[in-house]
Design a protein around this ligand. Sequence first.
Ligand SMILES: Cc1cc2nc3c(=O)[nH]c(=O)nc-3n(C[C@H](O)[C@H](O)[C@H](O)COP(=O)(O)OP(=O)(O)OC[C@H]3O[C@@H](n4cnc5c(N)ncnc54)[C@H](O)[C@@H]3O)c2cc1C
Length: 570
Amino acid sequence: MYSHDVVIVGSGLAGLRAALEMAGHLDVAIISKVYPSRSHSGAAQGGVAAALSNMDGDSVEAHTYDTVKGADFIGDQDAIEILCSDAPRTIIELEHYGCAFSRTDENKIAQRAFGGHSFKRACYSADRTGHALLHTLFEQSMKRGAELQIYSEWYVTRLIIEDGICRGVVALDIKTGKLEIFHAKTILFATGGYGRAFKITSNAYANTGDGITAAYKAGIPLQDMEFVQYHPTGLYEHGILLSEAARGEGGYLINSDGDRFMSKYAPTKMELGPRDIVSRSEQTEINEGRGAGPKKDYVLLDLRHLGKAKIMERLPQIYHLAKDFIDVDAIKDPVPIQPTAHYSMGGIPADNDCQVFLNETELCKGFFAAGECSCISVHGANRLGTNSLLEALVFGRRAGKKMLHATNEMKFSPVNEKKEISAAKLEIDKLLYNKGSEHLASIREELQETMTYKVGVYRNANDMEQAQQKVNELKDRFTRVKVSEKGKNFNVNIQEALELSHMLEYSELIVAGAKARKESRGAHSRDDYPNRDDENWMKHTLVFRQPDGSCELKYKPVRVTRFEPEERTY
Ligand SMILES: Cc1cc2nc3c(=O)[nH]c(=O)nc-3n(C[C@H](O)[C@H](O)[C@H](O)COP(=O)(O)OP(=O)(O)OC[C@H]3O[C@@H](n4cnc5c(N)ncnc54)[C@H](O)[C@@H]3O)c2cc1C
């Protein structure tokens, strides 16, 4: 058994930022299933938002309003105010830590336009912003030496909560296959998003919702799981992200007739409408037969008019992604794109200090969540681009500050080591030694197709009913899944099986929340209920696990401070 005052699961921006706040004051450990600098934060491209007013008359107030409106009025406004007010300080802090932001001619931090933001407020490092931020924080963590202990390539399988107190986690050492308890006074989950349940997705292979599933299985409800963001510009058939920065720098979206179709859907913002609206517009063009290509199933991102110099200076990664993956030269030709599952608005419910809720009102002692795995909820039904790197940094720091106090006031609560290790071992043995012949990859593929095609950009009762049945069928087949690799060292096969079990578990919750929510709001858009319904649905979904494994939905109110709901047009 390992013992630390604080255990942080996840070494993306949220986990590392929290760790830096506590290093040197407490004995802090970070556990990550991938090497820290490979966390998905490092894949972020476009930018991180802050009303710095470096370019124009932006204000924190405007940022707050844009975020509330972007969230389709279901974000908690006090949390959004914290996010936006703390943004300028956060950027300066990262700059002082050594992050190399792109500059203006006057040597200020440059800012570009992004969807749903009414001012140029995305601070960026070319189109590799996440890479620059993550490496900056990782450098700072390395500098702290022994003050931060990093367990890299350890896979957390279980969260231990008893009597409303969080006590530790069980983790698998991927190198040796050994299971160990990590005992702690306080635990932070910063385990990232869950987009891998979809076939077309921008998310890293690691984004399999392990953290949210472990929390759910330990008795924590999950919030707003139905809100999954589809990003408008995924590389055709691959889903790999081509950042919104491409449109922020002036890129067009065109259909097979060469028309800039956004003029029909968001005449004032055009390509820089918020993501939910742009994704729906693309899908409508495709559904109505104006898609491009032999199957008419994609639209085009046109960068040609930006010219080679600008593309290579501001969007080099996008250029190379299109060239390397589908052999399109973005300087000469428009790039085939389609909506791609991108961001998880839902997750582990937490208050403004990242303390996790045990139910509608009570907090779980010693358990915190920050970053994409949490639902605080600053993004409501639709996140604005560049607000989530910001969220991970702002709330990672807040979690660290709160945990510093909380940990000092807590003692270690006992853990039944034998029981926890046996339970974790049983779960793995069931996979290793069942007599079934179901293929892991087929189950995963069928799940991903179901989620993309039945619970996608547009949803309806009939499709979601089919999705629910399919997920149930796949869960049943999963009990007979064959794990051929039986070894202990680096058994990626067993890790893939555990990840798939998580994807099956939370996909059921996405479908359950979406089926129940009989309205269209933000990223959740139903053909059969096309309008937003504030009277009945201006509330957060909470899904609880029942003892028999089924789920129960409850609801909790949205916190409105300054901005009353209004019609959302752009
Ligand atoms: C391609 C792409 C581009 C993006 N671009 C932008 C952008 O320009 N601007 C913006 O604001 N947002 C962007 N986002 C979103 C943003 O990057 C993420 O929301 C944010 O970085 C999440 O940070 P995080 O710290 O919560 O989690 P991550 O960075 O995802 O880190 C999760 C961590 O949890 C660990 N972990 C997970 N499960 C386990 C387990 N079972 N055991 C041990 N460790 C575990 C992982 O190893 C990892 O270290 C983008 C996302 C993608 C996918």
